[in-house]
Design a protein around this ligand. Sequence first.
Ligand SMILES: Nc1nc2c(ncn2[C@@H]2O[C@H](COP(=O)(O)OP(=O)(O)OP(=O)(O)O)[C@@H](O)[C@H]2O)c(=O)[nH]1
Ligand SMILES: [Mg+2]
Length: 234
Amino acid sequence: MNQYDYLFKFIIIGNTSVGKSCILSQFTENRFKREHDATIGVEFGSKNIEVDGYTIKIQIWDTAGQESFRSITRSYYRGSVGALLVYDVTKEDSFQDLNKWISDVSENANKDLSVAVLGNKIDLDNREVKAKDGEAFASERNFLFFETSALNGDNIGEAFYALAKHVLDRIIEKQIDLTDQSSGVKVGAKRGKQKNFIQNQVQNTAIESQKQNIELDQSSESISISKKGQNCSC
Ligand SMILES: Nc1nc2c(ncn2[C@@H]2O[C@H](COP(=O)(O)OP(=O)(O)OP(=O)(O)O)[C@@H](O)[C@H]2O)c(=O)[nH]1
Ligand SMILES: [Mg+2]
């Protein structure tokens, strides 16, 4: 049963071996894998979180970073409302390649995608990318920014939460068309029930006030009749 208010579809993209699959498994199962089993095509995970009193189901598509899978993974961009763009802080080239991933996103994904840039593997000592460079890159483009470790879980939950909140705020500000099938957002049964409840309340209030108007009309009619009667008897 889809007991959530909204479902958000997110994609994780970035060079091979930056830790995308580990970020997913750390977020969904609090699990870390030492070995690199390169993702073939795409893998999938999901988790419910609470944001500002809303239950959000995050559906995550973890894509393969290897070049040979690019044409397959590109087809998963469309219909996403959020993207986690990952680089490895110990690999300068994975940071430089973010531009490649961004042009891929702008060619294939929804125009108003919410994006979070994640500099991963901060538990390692051999850093090549400074935090301030990652931060500047993200803020120039109005993207969220986090430095993370899929190994010990640092900032993983926070990054997903912030991206979900960014999307939720856009929904509340009516910047996302929820009737658009490819928006990357689905309204869940929980939200539907609340909406029906509110609609019923509004309808009941309208019926109630109509009833009161009829009673008022009837009583004013009876007043005018009795007045007429009075007039007649005069
Ligand atoms: N120390 C450290 N190692 C990490 C971290 N995240 C991932 N790794 C390691 O990096 C390697 C690659 O991780 P994956 O999650 O498989 O990488 P990926 O980005 O999914 O790679 P593709 O599926 O090929 O695109 C693995 O050996 C992980 O154990 C991290 O935060 N810290
Ligand atoms: Mg992977």
